[in-house]
Design a protein around this ligand. Structure first.
Ligand SMILES: [Zn+2]
Length: 456
């Protein structure tokens, strides 16, 4: 029997605002001593008054818009009551009844592992809401220590519909989400640093069956690779239980890197009553269409799917587009192409990060790759473009031909080998000519002359 997996994700994205969600504390706790970027507010002292960080609200809305959500013009914070050692207030300020956005949809296209095929799918976004992060418990040999630095860091929590139908798709969606929040400049989204944290729900069901199987939640995955591995492992584990006639327990499991397996952490809990109620210390957030429209405007310039479409529109192949994206060169490529007409797209893609004058010159003059490489290297070193062009000499055809003839005379054996069908000696001969010309000949031209003379 064949089985289909069903995957839904819950993602916490740390927003990289300057200050925390409800106080003025520094929001960047990296490389800081524990419990040094805290104040009475984020430490949960009684009697303090929180103030909403406007930038966090703006970034929450922009992210929700980028995920195709409908934005709630009326948003409100609620208290989620629970006790945890690293949550000193014993409640978390979150948004339960009126989140930032709901009913979103993200179209994801990605390059399949064969590095050629373009694959596409859609993921529904249930909701995006803002909340504050908790502190960190550090479990030592004989004690548990608490670091409150992270308390009050703004988080955007994103919940997807169970629309994802393979571990590969889960990874592709999360990578796209990372590009989206990085493109917007709202989060560094570094998984290893906990700036993008993922919990995945996964169930399997026999192909053709309508009802979902029992879902298992998988936690503790801190890289895209581990997420894919953990979900693949969990899928196989569940299928094996069903094939053996067993039943799946609804539970939470953690990914264990060392053994590459998921391990049961806790069984099914009754649904916890967090006793949500409106946060009495914060006024609701009220937005109008004009404000939302302005935030919407910035999106098309930074959305990864739009950038990919535009780059394909300039004539690059999809796999080349994805290559540029992986090297963080896609935005620069699109901006350069937009900045001037008649630029050669493959030239701009092959020599990234240069001034538009370089591309204009190269698109017009069409110099050999050797010259392009030399001029671009000189310009990167800070040399003036005009000066670099005039200084880099390229050997003319006659001079190159003389050297080729000399090399052929000195390498009778290689010439005979070529004539008896060993075409690979051409590479050796080209190398000899290039060395003799001290790199000043154009290799494409040299090969062309070699071919001519050898087949004469
Ligand atoms: Zn604080």
């Amino acid at each position: 029997m064949k089985y289909t997996p069903t995957i839904g994700l819950e993602i916490h994205v740390q927003l990289a605002t300057k200050s925390k969600m409800f106080c003025r504390c520094d929001n960047d706790a990296e490389n800081k001593e524990p419990n040094t970027v805290v104040c009475p507010l984020c430490m949960g002292f009684p009697g303090v008054l929180p103030v909403t960080n406007e930038i966090a609200v703006e970034w929450g809305v922009k992210t929700a818009l980028a995920l195709g959500c409908e934005i709630n013009k009326f948003q409100r914070f609620d208290r989620k009551n629970y006790f945890y050692p690293d949550l000193p207030k014993a409640y978390q300020i979150s948004q339960f009844y009126f989140p930032v956005g709901e009913h979103g949809k993200v179209k994801v296209d990605y390059l399949a592992p064969d590095r050629k095929t373009k694959k596409e799918f859609e993921v529904g976004i249930t909701r995006l809401h803002l909340e504050e992060d908790a502190g960190k418990s550090i479990h030592d040999k004989d004690a548990t220590l608490v670091d409150y630095n992270r308390c009050g860091t703004p988080l955007a929590e994103i919940v997807t519909e169970p629309d994802i139908s393979s571990p590969e798709e889960a990874r592709a969606f999360l990578q796209e989400l990372q590009r989206i929040v990085r493109g917007l400049g709202v989060s560094h989204a570094d998984m290893e640093k906990g700036q993008l944290r993922v919990d995945a729900n996964i169930s399997v069901r026999p192909e053709g069956q309508k009802e979902f199987g029992t879902k298992v939640e998988v936690k503790n995955m801190n890289s895209f690779k581990f997420i894919e591995q953990a979900l693949n492992h969990e899928m196989e584990r569940q299928i094996k239980i069903l094939e053996d006639g067993g039943k799946i327990d609804q539970e939470t499991r953690g990914w264990d890197e060392k053994t590459s397996t998921t391990i049961s952490q806790r069984g099914k809990e009754g649904s916890i009553d967090y006793r949500y109620f409106p946060e009495p210390d914060l006024p609701p957030i009220v937005l109008d269409d004009k404000q939302i429209g302005e935030w919407q405007k910035v999106l098309s310039a930074v959305l990864p799917s739009d950038l990919r479409n535009q780059a394909e529109g300039y004539g690059l192949s999809y796999d080349r587009v994805c290559e540029l994206q992986d090297k963080n060169e896609l935005l620069g490529f699109v901006e350069t192409m937009k900045s001037s007409k008649d630029l050669d797209a493959s030239l701009v893609a092959n020599f990234p990060g240069l001034d538009v004058e370089f591309y204009k010159w190269a698109s017009k003059e069409k110099p050999s790759n050797t010259v392009l490489r030399k001029v671009s290297e000189a310009v990167i070193k800070g040399e003036d473009l005009e000066k670099a062009i005039s200084e880099i000499k390229v050997m003319g055809e006659d001079e190159a031909k003389n050297i080729v003839e000399e090399v052929l005379q000195a390498n009778n054996e290689a010439v005979e080998q070529f004539k008896s069908g060993e075409s690979k000696v051409l590479g050796f001969l080209t190398g000899q000519v290039m060395a003799k010309s001290k790199g000043q000949a154009d290799p494409a031209l040299v090969q062309q002359i070699l071919q001519e003379l050898l087949t004469k």
